[in-house]
Write a protein that binds this ligand. Structure first.
Ligand SMILES: [Zn+2]
Ligand SMILES: [Zn+2]
Length: 276
């Protein structure tokens, strides 16, 4: 691993945008570990003089990279870091500050974050950056899903006579789940039952879940960590509780810190990438 490597900046890994999802891989400068010569283990001697094989520390990086790849972040978000989240206005500066604090204090099984706000204010960027950090830096098993895609995939499986358990089980049991675009699309009874199953099981097991939504989230009686959008400016969009029903809604609010983001649309500013 080279401290001055221009490809990985000394991290020893790089992330890339593949067709299906973001992937991470060991950087060429780190291809052969100098501690174990790429064997994956080193020989150490204990106090009694016995020599035994011990996992080399490079294997921790291999695990973290696996975690990142299993998370299936969207390709476009492979290099989204919290450090790159540039506040443009609105309350984006406060939201970024909150995210840094949240990340520092993160505990597996603790509350997640529900980011809500209009399109392009940075919700998905922030959530993807969180997943990237939790996998690549902390090695926590995580999964990112677009709820709309999950529903479509499940529907296809059920129609072809499969149970869909292979799709839904991993989403229920994963320690950290990030659900993008909650409430997007038409909510059939079938979709709501699916969402209820995922949320209820994760709620009962106290698993950490993150969400983003374009819908308005009503948080009456809850203290807001970050000042929300002034009421007079709030667009009168449909609310999340109307879309998912009061039961799922109140569980989600219990599972998360609720953060409203508002400010300029990144996609308008940069014309291409930037946060969604
Ligand atoms: Zn490198
Ligand atoms: Zn090694």
């Amino acid at each position: 691993m080279e401290a001055g490597c221009s490809r990985c900046g000394g991290n020893g890994y790089v992330t890339l945008a593949r067709v299906d999802s973001a992937v991470a891989e060991i950087c060429g400068c780190n291809a052969v570990c100098r501690h174990c010569n790429g064997e994956g283990y080193v020989h150490v001697e204990d106090q009694r003089g016995y020599v035994f094989a011990k996992k080399c520390r490079c294997q921790a990086l291999v695990t973290r990279i696996e975690r990142f790849n299993q998370a299936q972040l969207p390709s476009l978000y492979h290099d989204k870091l919290l450090e790159y989240f540039e506040p443009l206005g609105g309350n984006q500066r406060e939201v970024r500050y909150h995210a840094f604090k949240f990340r520092k204090e993160f505990a597996v099984g603790g509350r997640g974050i529900l980011y809500w706000g209009g399109p392009g204010v940075g919700k998905t960027h922030l959530m993807a950056a969180m997943v990237r950090y939790l996998t690549l830096e902390l090695g926590i098993r995580s999964r990112f899903i677009d709820f709309f895609h999950l529903v479509t995939d499940l529907h296809r499986q059920w129609k072809s006579g499969k149970s869909g358990a292979s799709l839904i089980e991993p989403v229920i049991e994963i320690p950290v789940l990030a659900i993008d675009e909650l409430g997007k699309g038409r909510s059939s009874d079938w979709t709501l039952d699916l969402l209820d199953e995922i949320i209820s099981k994760r709620y009962n097991r106290r698993l950490t879940t993150f969400f983003t939504t374009n819908l308005t989230v009503k948080t009456e009686g809850r203290s807001n960590v970050v000042p929300p959008m002034p009421a007079e400016k709030a667009a009168l969009t449909e609310s999340l509780d109307e879309r998912v029903g009061p039961r799922i809604h109140s569980r989600i609010l219990e599972m998360c810190e609720v953060i409203n983001i508002y400010g300029p649309d990144y996609r308008m500013q940069t014309n291409s990438e930037g946060g969604r």
